[in-house]
Design a protein around this ligand. Structure first.
Ligand SMILES: [Zn+2]
Ligand SMILES: [Zn+2]
Length: 247
């Protein structure tokens, strides 16, 4: 039986809404926020994986070495300057440059490793869905949201944890990102925010007393030690200085 209704009409070409104004308007910040590890590797070509891991070894002070405004990301590594911008002709594509090298190098690898690893500290973390107006949240809710974002990252990202003293629970741990190659030191001293320490830039800035590295170490150590051992509190054996960033 033939049914003749208007519903079967195909949308005409003119009704297409996907021919990309929104795409072309992506800013550098948008692009870097969404940059995945695979995309970063591809940007550097066949040796991408290795260059990013190698670049992860550079000591970088985000406040002093990084400039990031508008459509320019710039990283200074001694006398070398790496820039990442959007291509003029293809705005959605990222373009990198190194003042020292002519081809893909560990300097650019360092910039990409930093961007992948430090989205929080660089202000590149994705905003919450639906963009909850911040002023509608209480101080407590803001803190919970910030910790939840780090919990998620601590679960999703691959990290290798090496205890400095494997038999001790309250030890220092070296945490290395499997992808970016960056290593930070976590001093595990308790389970509550503010009790432990991490040498990463996010911990220094966020005033939460935790970061994704501490949360990752906590989850892994809880599996390695009995609940009785975990309940035993850390006991200082010598004078130490502890600075709490909150308040
Ligand atoms: Zn270079
Ligand atoms: Zn950290």
């Amino acid at each position: 039986m033939k049914t003749k209704t208007n519903k079967n009409r195909r949308p005409t070409k003119g009704t297409k809404t996907t021919h990309g104004t929104s795409r072309r308007e992506l800013t550098l910040k948008d692009r870097l926020s969404r940059l995945t590890y695979l995309q970063a590797c591809k940007l550097l070509g066949t040796e991408g994986v290795q260059l990013i891991r190698e670049g992860g070894g550079y000591e970088i002070d985000i406040d002093g070495d990084v400039y990031f405004r508008g459509d320019l990301f710039r990283l200074r590594l001694n006398k070398t300057v790496v820039t990442i911008t959007l291509m003029a002709e293809a705005k959605q594509r990222l373009h990198w440059n190194c003042t020292t090298c002519n081809s893909a190098c560990a300097h650019v690898g360092a910039a990409l490793s930093l961007i992948l690893e430090e989205k929080m500290a660089l202000g590149l973390a994705a905003p919450p869905p639906e963009r909850i107006p911040v002023e509608s949240l209480s101080e407590q809710e803001l803190v919970e949201l910030a910790i939840a974002q780090r919990q998620e990252r601590s679960r999703k990202e691959r990290m290798t944890v090496r205890p400095v003293e494997p038999k001790k629970l309250w030890s220092d741990y070296m945490v290395t990102s499997g992808e970016s190659g960056k290593t930070y030191r976590v001093a595990l001293r308790g389970w509550q925010p503010g009790e432990s320490y991490c040498s990463c830039p996010d911990f220094r800035k966020n005033t939460l007393g935790v970061c994704k590295h501490i949360l990752n170490v906590q989850r892994k150590t809880k599996r390695r030690f009995t609940s009785k051992e975990c309940k035993r509190r850390y006991c200082r054996s010598r004078v130490t200085v502890h600075l709490c960033y909150a308040k």
